[in-house]
Design a protein around this ligand. Structure first.
Ligand SMILES: C[S@@+](CC[C@H](N)C(=O)[O-])C[C@H]1O[C@@H](n2cnc3c(N)ncnc32)[C@H](O)[C@@H]1O
Ligand code: SF4
Length: 454
């Protein structure tokens, strides 16, 4: 049968407005919304007891921030107490790493390491050194370890940047969000443009392999005109990667966001205009668009992996490493194995209590053994990472039927041959990739969950 690819008559703005429903980001399938109390320390211990000689990816959650940015949806604790809170946190982390190591039959190698937060550069130089040392004590770091860290540029210093690089970090990410002073005031995050420029100079001086910046579209007082200031700054800074997030505004769930007046938020049309302006500027300046919200310079490993169909996805978003098991340590951290998700206690005190009692600090999770669910995971991952997938038509007839409407709008190209259907995400469909993946998620069809697209 010939390929069905009807060019869309709708503009990108109209398409986004038409399909703008809450959808998961599919950093995993099933998503964290399905986690429950059936998974705890016992299931995690059984998983860790499985012998394996494969290298691991390790995620370390550093929960502290010096002040609260009002838009923030991350798992974090705001405190100015510095070392007073960091010392017990490092002690607990040391215990957790000991418990994890004791549960594993052999010492494991690390191919990827990521410190996220909160704000990992809340730790001072000595504390940073201690945490790196703890990790090196329990794992063999591979010579080509991909080590990344998230930092807040507001509190970054040249010395700290050079220390991070000399410890072994080779990738770094910092939040810009928006460079306009009015917008920054409206979200309680004041970082002068001069500091952002200085931070970038230090990162270049330290010779990081890859520098990422985070931007948020949809913040209060943002307008398409004001957002140009931020985009122009990013063009000049020329980071290797850009994450352009759409502001997830959930004031019922996140009390801090109630400090943001709903009236100050840009309209949906303004948000889409800003996303389009960013897309135009970045693609005209040497960046490839990856999925809906990532950009990478054409020579960056993320852009190369996307072109070669070798992208992967885990709770940190897109990655270039192979399909590694992900071990998460620290409060709220999520571990991701083929058949098990396990999330640590989100409450800092509960996390401390568990490790002090000698227990793996797992609060909740999900076991996934059903081959049908694992198959759907592979399909959703292929859509999100390879931007194409083939399915048996007799087994996915309902989904294939649903895809016809997306094909009519030019979001996917469909081909069928000998009982196999192949879908390819088009350039227009890239903006709606989560919506396309959601066709294969039965829970999502029953009840729309996740964050709005724009
Ligand atoms: C842990 S922070 C990054 C590191 C550091 N704490 C900082 O702020 O620079 C993770 C990123 O999540 C994004 N983020 C947080 N809350 C968000 C929200 N409600 N909607 C969209 N993006 C959000 C921001 O872009 C932020 O930089
Ligand atoms: S955006 Fe970063 S610094 Fe601001 S509150 Fe969230 S985690 Fe902390």
């Amino acid at each position: 049968m010939p390929s069905i690819a009807t060019p869309s008559r709708l503009s990108p703005i109209e398409l986004l407005l038409k399909y703008d429903q809450p959808v998961p980001r599919y950093t995993s399938y099933p998503t964290a919304a399905a986690f429950g109390p059936a998974v705890g320390a016992a299931q995690m211990a059984a998983q860790l007891a499985q012998p394996s000689s494969d290298p691991l990816s390790l995620y370390v959650h550093v929960p502290f921030c010096r002040h609260a940015c009002w838009y923030c949806g991350c798992n974090r604790v705001t405190t100015q107490l510095g070392s007073t809170v960091v010392a017990p946190y490092l002690a607990a982390l040391a215990k957790e790493l000991e418990l994890v190591s004791a549960a594993m039959p052999q010492r494991r190698r690390l191919a990827q390491l990521h410190w996220g937060g909160g704000t990992p550069n809340y730790l001072n130089a000595e504390e940073t050194q201690t945490l790196w040392g703890l990790i090196a004590q329990h794992f063999d770091l591979e010579p080509d370890l991909e080590a990344s860290i998230e930092v807040n540029p507001e509190f970054l210093s040249r010395d700290h940047v050079l220390q991070l690089r000399s410890l072994g970090f080779n990738r770094i990410s910092f939040g810009i969000q928006d460079a306009d002073p009015e917008v920054q005031r409206a979200v309680n995050r004041l970082v002068p443009v001069e500091q952002l420029r200085r931070a970038m100079d230090w990162l270049r001086e330290a010779n990081f392999d890859s520098v990422n910046v985070d931007l948020i579209c949809g913040l209060p007082l943002q307008t398409p005109e004001r957002f140009q200031t931020t985009l122009e700054l990013v063009r000049q800074l020329r980071p290797d990667r850009i994450s352009l997030f759409s502001f997830a505004y959930l004031p019922e769930l996140l009390p801090l966001q109630r400090k943001i007046a709903a009236d100050d938020l840009p309209s949906q049309r303004e948000r889409i205009t800003m996303l389009e302006a960013a897309n135009q500027l970045l693609t005209a300046n040497g960046y490839d668009a990856i999925g809906m919200d990532h950009y990478a310079l054409r020579g960056d490993s993320l852009a190369i992996a996307a072109r070669e169909g070798k992208l992967h996805r885990n709770f940190q978003g897109y990655t270039t490493g192979g399909e590694l098991e992900l071990l998460g340590v620290g409060p709220t951290a999520i571990s991701q194995f083929t058949q098990l998700f396990a999330q640590n206690h989100r409450d800092l005190k509960a996390y401390y209590r568990a490790v002090e009692a000698g227990q793996l600090p797992v609060e909740r999770g999900l076991e996934v053994r059903d081959p049908a669910v694992l198959e759907r995971r592979a399909i959703i991952k292929a859509v999100m990472c390879q931007f194409q997938v083939s399915v048996e038509l007799d087994r996915f007839a309902g989904e294939w039927q649903q895809l016809q409407a997306l094909a009519a709008d030019g979001l996917v190209q469909l081909n069928q041959q000998g009982g196999i259907g192949t879908l390819r995400v088009t350039t227009a469909g890239r903006w709606l990739i989560r919506t396309i993946a959601a066709v294969f998620d039965p829970q999502q069809r029953q009840q729309a969950r996740g964050s709005r697209l724009v």
